[in-house]
Design a protein around this ligand. Structure first.
Ligand code: UP5
Ligand code: MG
Length: 188
């Protein structure tokens, strides 16, 4: 179940902006459990679940899978982790996601927004070479379009003064310096 003491920080940002890369570094420094919604969905495909084919098709099209499914996977991973500090990477991505997340009691402490140009994100995704089925120019363009649905979510958290915007167009280590400053300054 959901406990009030749990501390949640969420990076919501564009495809290829560096969420996964920075989360790995945050984990090393600050001991969070990193849960990437995209990774959980890709694991669900691999596990041969009944939803696998549907998820695979949606990812190939850059579309968002139904909120209940992603929320269920995140909630299960949180329960299984045994940790009480989470980085929820790449979720919520639209207003419906956010409302579904809040309905199970999840309210982030702050939200990281990795600000990066489409040009740079596209360059990174095309040179990632990790065999992701959505790292082709056609799907990348669709992912950029769908990312526009995340802007109202960022706007919502911004109205709650929860957004920490990071210039993510710089080299990995420089971006992490800015990330560290956010984590250190809001440490409790
Ligand atoms: N790289 C990273 N930082 C760099 C830097 N500062 N300078 C130079 N290079 C840098 O980085 C991407 C690449 O860039 C890597 O090669 C890295 O080395 C390099 P990464 O850290 O992986 O970026 P990230 O933001 O994590 O990119 P990712 O592609 O994972 O973002 P997406 O948001 O597109 O992917 P995600 O896995 O979250 O979602 C995939 C799909 O799943 C979605 O399109 C959607 O279909 C589905 N989905 C849902 O339906 N619902 C959800 O809630 C979540 C996902
Ligand atoms: Mg990622």
């Amino acid at each position: 179940g959901w406990k009030r003491k749990e501390v949640i920080r969420i990076p919501v940002s564009g495809p290829g902006s560096g969420k996964g890369t920075q989360c790995a570094k945050i984990v090393q420094h600050f001991g969070y459990t990193h849960l990437s919604a995209g990774d959980l969905l890709r694991e669900e495909i691999k596990s041969g679940s009944e939803n696998g084919t549907m998820i695979q098709n949606m990812i190939k099209e850059g579309k968002l899978v139904p909120s209940e499914l992603t929320v269920k996977l995140l909630q299960r991973a949180m329960n299984e982790s045994g940790n009480d500090k989470f980085l929820i990477d790449g979720f919520p991505r639209n207003e419906e996601n956010r409302v579904a997340f809040e309905s199970i009691g999840i309210v982030p402490e702050f939200v990281l927004f990795f600000d990066c140009s489409e040009e740079e994100m596209e360059r990174r995704l095309l040179s990632r070479n990790q065999g992701r089925e959505d790292d082709n120019i056609e799907t990348i363009k669709k992912r950029f379009k769908v990312f526009m649905e995340s802007l109202p979510v960022i706007e919502y958290y911004n109205s709650k003064e929860k957004v920490r915007k990071i210039d993510a167009g710089k080299p990995v280590e420089e971006v992490f310096e800015a990330v560290k400053a956010v984590f250190t300054s809001s440490y409790d």
